[in-house]
Design a protein around this ligand. Structure first.
Ligand code: BDR
Ligand code: CA
Length: 317
């Protein structure tokens, strides 16, 4: 917590992305946060599109007090993979937006992450809702940033099934070597992975409740969730769509509604079939030191309450 502002300083690193857009929406408005920068990476789509999407969301919602910077245009080692089959041809549910009003910060996201962390006094939480390329590259370029990070709250991984291969979750699979750098960096990590698939469900009641809010944030939320729901039904057969990225922000707003288990997590880098899998030692079989708190459950009612309340903060349009 920043002692002067009494707010939680965060860096939000994302690859918008339908659910990333909701994470940005929450992080920029909730009074708990001092959102220092939105850094963008390639992931759900190529960097050009994820960057445009971040700028579109910020322009539409009037988020003009937070720098937006573009970072890594692809993974550190592997061949690039994107998730346009889920997020659409424009990477953001094929939604039309008015003209982009927010200017892109001219600095590279990796440089900015390094600068911000070096100048900080160790109180910044790094929130990642996409592949971990930007933070991994920043750590390799300037290892002095590592002890400056208070904690890393990331969306990704799975101790159960994968969603891009049978073994791997998309954000980890999209840059496994970057994920390896993060999971071996020694800083506290909260991993919010696919275990929430059956917990955070965009049920009809939730859609109706948030859909009835009369403001731009609710309109955007409804549009992205409409598209995302259809993708999830088509690809995974989910009757009710899960929602991932906003969970990182909700976790920081109220960690007590999440259940976590401390364990050792290693990224699979050698196997062809399981490349990018988060091997989670759920039962402590390996006797290796724990390096992540892995989310295993959450209180979904209170989760949606937080989303609802935060969207209402945007006020009526
Ligand atoms: C993650 O993959 C992306 O497609 C989503 O934006 C989310 O970050 C879920 O596996
Ligand atoms: Ca994402």
């Amino acid at each position: 917590m920043d002692r002067i502002t009494n707010k939680l300083p965060i860096i939000l690193d994302s690859d918008p992305g339908c659910d990333d857009a909701v994470a940005i929406m929450l992080a920029a408005k909730h009074p708990l946060f001092n959102l220092q920068v939105i850094t963008v990476t390639a992931g759900n789509h190529i960097l050009e599109k994820t960057t445009q999407n971040a700028l579109k969301v910020c322009s539409y919602l009037g988020i003009d007090n937070v720098p937006v910077a573009a970072g890594m245009s692809g993974p550190i080692i592997r061949r690039q993979v994107i998730a346009d089959h889920i997020h659409g041809e424009n990477g953001l549910g094929n939604i039309d937006f008015d003209e982009i009003r927010i200017r892109l910060d001219h600095r590279h996201a990796v440089t900015l992450i390094i600068e911000i962390l070096l100048e900080s006094n160790g109180d910044i939480t790094f929130v990642a809702t996409g592949p971990l390329s930007n933070l991994a590259m920043a750590m390799r370029l300037e290892p002095k940033i590592i002890p400056k990070i208070k904690q890393i709250v990331l969306i990704g991984g799975s101790y159960q099934l994968g969603n891009i291969t049978p073994a791997a979750e998309f954000n980890m699979y999209a840059d496994p070597e970057a994920a390896h750098i993060i999971f071996t960096c020694g800083r506290p990590i909260v991993m919010i992975g696919l275990s929430i698939t059956e917990k955070v469900l965009f049920k009809k009641e939730v859609a109706a409740r948030i859909g009835s809010i009369d403001n731009k944030a609710a309109t955007l939320f409804t549009k992205v969730m409409d598209f995302y729901t259809k993708s999830n039904k088509r690809i995974f057969g989910h009757e009710v769509s899960p929602l991932y990225d906003p969970a990182a922000i909700v976790y920081l707003i109220n960690p007590s509604i999440f259940t976590t288990k401390l364990m050792h997590v290693e990224i699979e880098l050698k196997s062809e079939q399981s490349y990018g899998r988060t091997n989670c030692d759920f039962y402590g079989l390996l006797n290796k030191p724990a390096n992540a708190e892995v989310v295993t459950d959450l209180d979904s009612e209170r989760f949606w309450e937080i989303i609802d309340k935060t969207i209402r903060l945007y006020g009526r349009t």
